[in-house]
Design a protein around this ligand. Sequence first.
Ligand SMILES: C[S@@+](CC[C@H](N)C(=O)[O-])C[C@H]1O[C@@H](n2cnc3c(N)ncnc32)[C@H](O)[C@@H]1O
Length: 246
Amino acid sequence: MTADLKAYEVWATTPEAEGTLADRARGVLPEMESTKQLVKLVSGMYKPGMTVLDVGCNAGHYLRGLHRLDPTLAYTGIDAYPSYIEQALEIFADDPNAQFAVKSILDPLYPNDPRDISYCCNVLLHLPDFRVPVRNILASTTQVCFIRSLFGEYTTIVRRARDHELDKHGDPVRFIFQNTWEESLFTTFVESLGWKVEFIEDEFDPKVLESEYGELKKGRGTRIVGAKQVDGNIVFNWVWAKITPR
Ligand SMILES: C[S@@+](CC[C@H](N)C(=O)[O-])C[C@H]1O[C@@H](n2cnc3c(N)ncnc32)[C@H](O)[C@@H]1O
């Protein structure tokens, strides 16, 4: 690991960690369950001509689903890791309305050219804190931002070890964050920035997630226990936050 790389940055050292997403972007694999709900949520706000920002876009696979709303959608996808953006640029090379850029949500995005609609799905739970990313996303948004992450009754900081190496304190050296943020903590912060939050239940087909867990992800990733989504031994309380100006 290089000195300036953080222990949680699995995407820099193991880009194949998100192995299915480029094939979803190519249309070789089916779209994710979260794509279906994202398209539904965006369709409630979208009007032709609006600009859309996909934060943590990976290979840009959500754009395939959003093309159902508008094949000429003015889309920008950003991701912090160049290997994903290179894939996205190749996959969507023929789309004149799709732009991709290497940018981190830990830095300002487009404060001087904010987009109408932004979304950031399945990213914040893997970062140490939500506050700087949310501030940056909202500073680059004018009308609505959708965030899909883990929200719940308590804030729970979870580090899933990636291998067996522990430091002298017993902490994993390389890990993945799987953090849940208390809903009221998130809401209070977002309101302090002049926006309001509505939490929306995650919709998914348990049969699809179960079959992907077995076939596509070879017994890793999300599975269903009771009515809950579970990853390893952690309950994943996926929730959508719809954020609009106050
Ligand atoms: C679990 S994947 C989710 C990808 C996609 N948003 C989805 O929902 O399928 C997390 C993504 O966040 C990106 N990411 C992680 N840290 C980031 C940062 N600081 N800024 C922008 N993107 C980041 C990763 O490269 C990866 O593509």
